[in-house]
Ligand binder design. Sequence first.
Ligand code: HEC
Length: 139
Amino acid sequence: MRLTLILLLTPLLTPLLTTAALAAPGGAVDGLLSGYRAEGASDFVAARAATMWSATTPAPDGGPARSCTSCHPVDMRAAGQHVRTGEAIEALSPSVTADRLSDPAEVEKWFARNCKWTLGRACTPQEKGDFLVLIQGAK
Ligand code: HEC
């Protein structure tokens, strides 16, 4: 009897639960932040990330100096533009682009790629946490 009820309810509940997960802005952030703390990060500070966001690093190829703002604007709620391809990049703020910061693997993939390209090195857990707090805070 109980099993029948569960079987009946599953198709009804699954879309509801999925919708709730997708609708939660920045859904993956808490998990990522505790992971970074476990890796030795301390309190996360958005202001520190804001400074880093616009700070420039010389390009290894002698091209224009690089920063996160080479592709993303200072205002996380605004769309960006890829400096090399010219392609539009949707706003990073989850308050504007609903699926931002919702998938931990996606966030880590882009941190890996973007920190390497921009800074010439991986970001530390502390830096990644600071960035997430900054991006998520833009409402
Ligand atoms: C050369 C261009 C470029 C630069 C510079 C750049 N990014 Fe990005 N970033 C992208 C692209 C492209 C995406 C993924 C496109 C998309 O999802 O719309 C992305 C996605 C992201 C995401 C993923 C958010 C999510 O959950 O979807 C984060 C976080 C991010 N960037 C942070 C940074 C940080 C921090 C820096 C500076 C250290 C940086 N980016 C510099 C191009 C760039």
